[in-house]
Design a binder for this molecule. Structure first.
Ligand code: ATR
Length: 283
């Protein structure tokens, strides 16, 4: 890896930040593409976040990613806000423009859509079920709408949270409904795409226990949890013969637009990168 005095710099804001795999991903690409640059972790506490973002142009940074707990704060700080980020209510990518202003976007929408489409054909005008109604679910509802699905049901422990999403993201050509867990069977039986956005199934969390028996045999099942890669939901889906897409691809694909904007080259998600990140997750 080359880091000269002219190196282009980007990073990732978080608090804490030690768990982030973004430095591993971006520095892999910098190395692979032979770019004189670096991507660094930026451990910044909430009280210092705005000041730190404002310092990016002065420090010569090309931009940064933003992760927990700063994604909502970034929304208020940036000079220009991408419409999708405004809609999702969270910014995960900052780009320093030539005039020193900062643009905020949300590449989780892109990352989710790319990962899902790599996994299998998602029928235009199809139907989806999203499990969970938190921050991740917001980006995923927008992504499923942008992909071209026609109907989405959000299933959530707290029904009011699912109703908020349904009221926020529905459009004339994209109908949305909210549903309680106990009423899951009907939407599940109609779904072309089933996505878990909750933390259930993550290592250390309780498993996501749903009966996939009513699902269509053509349904595509995706879990955004990637630790473990094969979650109990994905295992159950495979046991039923359904097509599955794991969650690691969303993490990898969401990194692509930021990298391209900061460093000027479009990176690729390869098996080598997946293996590198998987090895790191296992350690
Ligand atoms: P994120 O930003 O990662 O999406 P979040 O905003 O905290 O995280 O959302 C977590 C989601 O997982 C919510 O939909 C939450 O349900 P509630 O809205 O009822 O809180 C869901 N969730 C978390 N733990 C859960 C559990 N034990 N059972 C069912 N749903 C759970």
């Amino acid at each position: 890896m080359t880091i000269s005095g002219k190196a282009q710099i980007a990073g990732v804001f978080g608090w804490p930040i030690g768990h982030s795999r973004s430095p591993l991903i971006h520095n892999f690409w910098l190395d692979q593409l032979g770019i004189d640059g670096a991507y660094v972790p930026l451990a910044v506490a909430p009280d210092d976040f705005e000041q730190a973002v404002r310092a990016l142009p002065a420090l010569g940074f090309r931009g940064a990613n933003v992760t927990i707990p700063h994604k909502q704060a970034a929304l208020r700080i940036v000079d220009h806000l991408d419409p999708l980020a405004r809609e999702v209510g969270a910014v995960n990518t900052l780009v320093v423009e030539e005039d020193g202003t900062i643009t905020g976007s949300n590449t989780d929408v892109f990352g989710f859509a790319e990962n899902l489409q790599v996994g299998g054909a998602v029928p235009m005008g199809g139907t989806a079920v999203v499990l969970g109604a938190g921050g991740a679910a917001r980006a995923i509802c927008v992504a499923l709408r942008e992909i071209g699905l026609a109907k989405l049901t959000v299933v959530n422990r707290t029904l009011a949270h699912a109703e908020t999403l349904a009221n926020t993201f529905a459009r004339d050509s994209f109908s949305m409904a909210a549903c309680a867990w106990e009423d899951l069977e009907k939407p599940l039986s109609e779904a072309d795409v089933i996505v878990n956005t909750t933390s259930l199934g993550m290592a250390g969390a309780p498993p996501l226990e749903i009966d996939l028996a009513p699902a269509k045999s053509s349904a595509l099942v995706n879990d955004i949890v990637y630790t473990p890669l094969q979650t109990p939901l994905l295992k159950a889906a495979r046991a039923r013969g359904l097509t599955t897409v794991d969650g690691l691809g969303m993490l990898l694909h969401q990194a692509r637009p930021g990298f391209a904007a900061w460093f000027g080259q479009a990176p690729e998600v390869t098996d080598e990168l997946r293996a590198l990140v998987l090895k790191d997750l296992g350690s």
